[in-house]
Design a binder for this molecule. Structure first.
Ligand code: A2P
Length: 319
């Protein structure tokens, strides 16, 4: 398994298990299957509302001797309603309690969008905090403290564009070590990837398979289905692998960590085997030729709520 190596030498396995959309009741078993199969990187978040079950699976795996804590890389994310500087630590404390851990390997600011502390998802303008009320620099300062305290071994962000990264970096003591963003052949985000690499910000690709199980509210009937893309299917056929494996291998080829979600034992195993799939230069050329096609998670659930102080330009530079 290839790794991302942080400045202090800590290593993050490039292929991890995603848990967004894994329902409580499914995620416990999915984590245990993944750990049995050999996954050592699990991606979580408070807003997925399943961290308690994930924690129960970790506890079971540790007590059965399936894996040791120090051999597991766990990521979690601060939800938008705990961005105020004095709330950040309590956000992580809740996650640590749910995950039954005393530290996470990586903690990320989930979105550059702030909500009032009693709001999970915004319904109107009154549910938000503006950048003036909850500056990202303050949230980041509190993240740095979590790293200093050892509760989060590494810290970073998610869904940050170049200008938001620059804003945080301008006042940061510890620069963001990771940016987790939507990345796949329909959304290669070359400019943002290049910027992150130039600034030694590692990348994780979410929705690498096109998240066709995303909530109905975030889906239209005519949205493209990434796993059915002709180019990807053709490359899969050529190598006698699956389309999902081609997509996962493509992220790893770009030196980008990747977190395909699955709650099916077969697909969990299949996805891990993608670490051994090699794409040749002809495949890469064909995938590059697809170009920007589609963003599955467009953030409109934050920007298009009536009265929202946030615009698409706060999220994405590329359309
Ligand atoms: P399931 O959980 O039933 O396996 P993403 O990681 O981009 O969010 O995509 C997750 C979606 O892709 C889920 O619907 C998941 O279903 C499905 N999926 C995961 N692995 C595979 C695979 N190897 N082949 C086809 N679909 C997959």
């Amino acid at each position: 398994m290839r790794h991302i190596t942080f400045a202090n030498g800590d290593k993050m396995p490039m292929l991890g298990l995603g848990t967004w959309k894994s329902a409580p009741g499914e995620v416990y078993q999915a984590i245990l299957w993944a750990l049995e199969a050999g996954y050592r990187h699990i991606d979580c978040a408070a807003v997925y509302q399943n961290e308690k079950e994930v924690g129960e699976a970790f506890n079971k795996a540790f007590s059965d001797g399936l894996v040791k804590r120090e051999d597991l890389f766990v990521t979690s994310k601060l939800w938008n309603n705990a961005h105020e500087e004095h709330l950040v630590e309590s956000g992580l404390d809740k996650t640590l309690s749910d995950l039954q851990l005393d530290y996470v390997d990586l903690y990320l600011i989930h979105w550059p969008v702030s909500l009032k502390s009693d709001v999970m998802f915004p319904k109107g303008g009154e549910d938000y905090l503006t950048y003036e009320q909850a500056p990202l620099s303050g949230t980041w300062k509190a993240m740095e403290k979590l790293k200093e305290a050892g509760k989060a071994r590494h810290i970073g962000v998610s869904n940050f564009n170049i200008s938001k990264l620059q804003e945080v970096m301008a006042s940061a003591v510890v620069r963001p070590e990771m940016n987790q963003i939507e990345l796949h052949p329909y959304l290669p985000q070359e400019k943002l990837v290049t910027f992150c690499k130039e600034h030694e910000i590692a990348l994780t690709a979410y929705s690498p398979l096109g998240s066709s199980d995303r909530p109905k509210a975030r889906r239209r009937d005519d949205d493209p289905v990434l796993l059915e893309a002709a180019v990807i299917q053709e490359i899969a056929k050529k190598h006698q692998v699956t389309a999902a494996q081609v997509l996962i291998a493509w992220a790893i080829h770009r030196d980008i960590a990747v977190i395909p979600k699955s709650v099916s034992k077969d697909r969990i195993i299949q996805n891990l085997a993608a670490k051994d799939v090699t794409l040749d230069s002809e495949d890469l050329k064909k995938i590059a030729a697809i170009g920007h096609q589609f963003r599955f998670i467009d953030g409109s659930f934050f920007t298009e709520v009536p009265g929202s102080p946030y615009a698409q330009s706060d999220l994405w530079e590329e359309s």
